[in-house]
Write a protein of this length. Structure first.
Length: 436
């Protein structure tokens, strides 16, 4: 069968099952088996797709995912977020919009510990949102700051999405981690500038808190960042020094998070149960998506559709930057409806050969993809963080208010994407300096 016909079948059937609202993981897996049977007949198609997906999903690089997810689950229930928020309250509460600014700072630190967007969003939604509402902060500003701050979880390392991309594109996960540092910082700074300017223009949006704290009380609160910094330096430090691979660093980070939980005296039967439920549950969801998406990806590769598509695109008489812009636009639209892990595994067989053929750096392209997925987490109608924040918010906050709150932050993420595109060194400089 002609690759062009196969491409239409693969793309059309995928759009059909997504339109029916079927779960992404099982839709992709079932679709791959059905089309594989149709193409090759008998059980050979099943074996080719299933064994290939299983082999890819069991790769050593992806082993880091359950370790980082379990680390996130342990840190989620240690109470660190509460302590960090109290520190922000004492140091920045008197500044206009100080608590919202501090929320972005906490989000950045939390992102560097857990690597999952929704964990940071849920934790800060439970911790920071009620406190800021109580102090008269604008509801939309609070919701937007927490949703956007939580999205930093996949760009500031470690990042589960970066690990999945690294495995698919065959680049170093460690280099992806360090490549995301500067763009993540740029994004956080842009968020803070926007919040500060908004609160200067509309003082009622972020009124100063009334509490007064002594210098000794402020200094005492700095202890809240000691354990988080320990985790961050431990994970990134062993990668930078070459002591451990990314997967080994994830295991070290998990042990470090357990030590932190023990220091915080957060290890009891109830918390252990919560940690296991979250860690195992999220891991199962992620790997079902990976299995289904890898099966689809393998089908695209084995049928020659990916190679055909690459030749079709690179043979077009169009500037390569226009093609790159088109890819980013497709990512943005897909991000409104699909999980980022599924997006990279679905589009990877089509787009990654094109990226190589056009001469773009796969590391730089990967970080651009992750920034685009930050937007996916907060873009209506199905941005994960929007529903997370709505679920944990105090009564009265509507999903319409949440939708309205996030568009300025989406624009700032798009600005970050533009900065990365114009200045690739923002991505490539740190990995070239730290990892050879």
């Amino acid at each position: 069968m002609e690759p062009s016909i196969l491409a239409l079948i693969l793309a059309g059937s995928l759009l059909l099952v997504m339109g029916l609202g079927l779960p992404v993981a099982f839709s992709l897996g079932g679709l791959s088996l059905a089309i594989g049977f149709f193409i090759w007949g008998g059980t050979g198609g099943f074996y080719a797709v299933v064994l290939g997906a299983l082999g890819k999903s069991a790769s050593f690089t992806l082993t880091a995912i359950p370790l980082f997810l379990m680390m996130a689950a342990v840190l989620r229930f240690t109470g660190m977020a509460d302590d960090m928020y109290e520190m922000i309250n004492r140091w920045m509460g008197k500044i206009k919009g100080g608590l919202a600014l501090g929320t972005v700072v906490i989000s950045s630190i939390f992102a560097a510990m857990v690597g999952i967007s929704t964990v940071a969003t849920a934790t800060l939604g439970l911790t920071a949102m009620p406190a800021m509402f109580k102090r008269g902060y604008n509801r939309k500003l609070v919701a937007g700051a927490i949703c956007a701050g939580g999205a930093l979880g996949i760009i500031i390392p470690p990042s589960v999405i970066m690990i999945i991309y690294a495995a698919e594109a065959e680049v170093s996960a460690g280099q992806m981690f360090f490549g995301g540092v500067i763009p993540g910082i740029i994004m956080a700074i842009l968020f803070m500038i926007y919040i500060a300017l908004l609160c200067i223009k509309y003082p009622s949006y972020g009124p100063p808190v009334e509490e007064n704290f002594t210098l000794s009380q402020k200094m005492e609160s700095l202890r809240a960042v000691m354990l988080p910094m320990f985790i961050i330096l431990l994970v990134l430090g062993v990668i930078y020094t070459g002591i451990a691979t990314t997967t080994e660093a994830a295991a070290i980070g998990l042990v470090g998070s357990i030590i932190c939980a023990a220091i915080k005296r957060a290890i009891d039967l109830e918390n252990i149960k919560k940690m296991m439920v979250m860690g195992v549950g999220v891991n199962a969801m992620v790997f079902w998506i990976i299995l289904g998406a890898v099966a689809y990806s393998r089908l695209v590769t084995m049928t020659g559709v990916g190679e055909w598509f690459s030749g079709l695109v690179t043979g077009m008489d169009v500037n390569r930057w226009i093609i790159l812009l088109g890819m980013q636009a497709i990512f943005f639209v897909l991000g409104m409806f699909l999980d980022p892990a599924g997006i990279i595994l679905i589009t990877g067989p089509f787009f990654l050969p094109v990226v190589g053929a056009l001469g773009f750096d796969p590391l730089w392209y990967g970080v651009m993809f992750v920034v685009n997925m930050c937007m996916a987490y907060i873009t209506p109608p199905f941005g994960f963080n929007l529903f997370v924040i709505r679920a944990v918010a105090p009564a009265g906050l509507t999903i319409g208010e949440v939708y309205a709150a996030i568009w300025p932050f989406v624009a700032l993420m798009a600005l970050t994407l533009l900065i990365i595109a114009l200045f690739p060194q923002t991505v490539t400089w740190l990995p070239s300096l730290l990892i050879k």
